[in-house]
Design a binder for this molecule. Structure first.
Ligand code: TMP
Length: 209
């Protein structure tokens, strides 16, 4: 049986550049050896629950904050069982853009952490990330990046919200530090410099160091 793949999660504020870094890490993993295979994925997913969430993010439909929190967790539940676990079992490394830490950071202003953890029980019990990479960009830098790239902001993309989200991320990383390995990386001058730095930190995981 193939050795189980690694599950690496990227977390950070909207506009922090995590999707770019996730793709560059995947390229580095693939280049590390012929047999090293890497799959990228994201949450909210492009499945039925994820699409419903995205229409709420675009403010086309509206749900109570608790319903939104449950939708994220339900989307994750399906994602883990149907897509991520089967790939890991085949020995494929999976890089995921956002996971349950996003739920804890973004929804904990409206729903208690205890309740959010209960909603995420399946994911927390069955698939803990091997490593979580936190892209530690400032809320100010993220808001100006979003303003440059889009005409209108999504539901959570205000300076006030992102400042609160960053604090919530730091709090929950601290709270779960005994059971979760989190690597914090600040964006550098260029995306390639950041990717090189991240690869220095993670290469051993993939080339058997
Ligand atoms: P994205 O910008 O990474 O595609 O994520 C879309 C938005 O969804 C982003 O503003 C963060 C939010 N989100 C939550 O609030 N809770 C969650 O559990 C997840 C996965 C995303």
């Amino acid at each position: 049986m193939a050795e189980r793949g690694k599950f690496i999660v990227f977390e950070g504020l909207d506009g922090c550049g995590k999707s770019t870094q996730l793709n560059l890490l995947c390229e580095n993993i693939q280049a590390a050896g012929e047999k090293v295979v890497c799959h990228t994925t994201f949450e909210p997913t492009d499945g039925p629950i994820g699409r419903l969430i995205r229409s709420a993010l675009r403010k086309e439909v509206s749900f109570s904050q608790e319903t939104m929190a449950m939708l994220y967790a339900a989307d994750r539940r399906e994602h883990v069982e149907k897509e991520i676990l089967p790939l890991l079992e085949q020995g494929i490394n999976v890089l995921c853009d956002r996971y349950y830490f996003s739920n804890f950071a973004y929804q904990s202003d409206a729903v208690s952490l205890e309740r959010l953890m209960m909603f995420n029980g399946y994911a927390m019990e069955n698939l803990k990330p091997d490593i979580t990479v936190f892209m530690d960009a400032s809320p100010e830098a993220c808001v100006s990046k979003i303003a440059e790239s889009r005409e209108s902001a999504d539901l959570y993309e205000t300076l006030e919200k992102l400042t609160q989200v960053k604090e919530a991320y730091l709090k929950v990383f601290e709270l779960l530090s005994e059971t979760h390995r989190v690597i914090t990386i600040e964006p550098m001058e260029t995306k390639h410099m950041t990717a090189d730095k991240l690869w220095q930190l993670l290469a051993d995981e993939f080339i058997g160091g």
